[in-house]
Ligand binder design. Sequence first.
Ligand code: ADP
Ligand code: MG
Length: 309
Amino acid sequence: MSEFSLIYQYFKSATSSHKNTVLGIGDDCAVSNIPEDCQLVSCVDTLVMGRHFPEGTQAYAIGYKSVAVNLSDLAAMGAVPYAILLGISLPDCDAVWLAEFSQGITDICAKFGVELIGGDTTKSDKLTISVTALGFVKAGTAITRDGAQIGDIVCVSGNIGSASYALDCLFHQQATTLQSALDLPNPQVELAQKLAPWVNSMIDISDGLGQDLGHILTVSKVGAMLFLDKIPCADELSLLSDDKRWQYQLNGGDDYELCFTLSPENFTLFSQKYPNSIFAIGKIIADKKLVFLNHQKPVNFCVKGYQHF
Ligand code: ADP
Ligand code: MG
């Protein structure tokens, strides 16, 4: 099959004629309108088979997750996702694999009203997928990592540690109900937009809560006190010993939940408006350290997180 018919057969279906798209797949470039008073927010994430996905991951999950991780980055800025571009390097052209992969892409795009507007297709020995995501924010309203204030409450948007626990189960051929947390992460796009007017800093958790919260602390030039017993987790993780669970929650990764800070007043108001949607797990302090407490008692814990090199 030629590169051209491959693109048309499998990727054209993910296009949804978004209102901002003037010209989508088919020409040398896509052409898009930027809504008035908005700024373009963009990011790219590359996923390599064997490194970001265990060998044997379903093609559908690979397609779905490649987009999900990018929508999670857009969410962390408070952006409304608009479109993606898909760069893919494939060892061969397997029709069944491509059909499933593109269905994963199509489904997550449909779920979040995102359009595939272009990409590039090449052959290579190792499956590599690079997704570029584009979104919009009202000018000047993007949420950055550097705004955490002393006295802010540190929050997360949901259960932490499920994906890295599921990955460990996979390696040890142990059954788990949490496989979908690893394969089909749910980027917190809607919640992020609700949060945007209320928060001082925000990041999405991809490399482990400990490390990612650390990024907020470093650039905001503050520290935090984390209440380990308050970090929400799935039932399966609550059965583990404290130390095992904390390893998955703080040093695991692939959560794609949000971590953010906001004033105590805003925390109360937001929680009243949207009950049970955000979870307080700590407090921003002046001392530039990350300290841990379990049921009010200090605990020593070593943050590692995912390191690429
Ligand atoms: P060119 O050689 O000009 O880069 P291509 O043949 O690579 O053109 O691409 C033709 C059209 O198909 C372009 O609009 C491009 O964005 C789109 N395209 C190519 N690969 C993909 C892909 N993997 N996903 C989505 N669109 C793609
Ligand atoms: Mg090209």
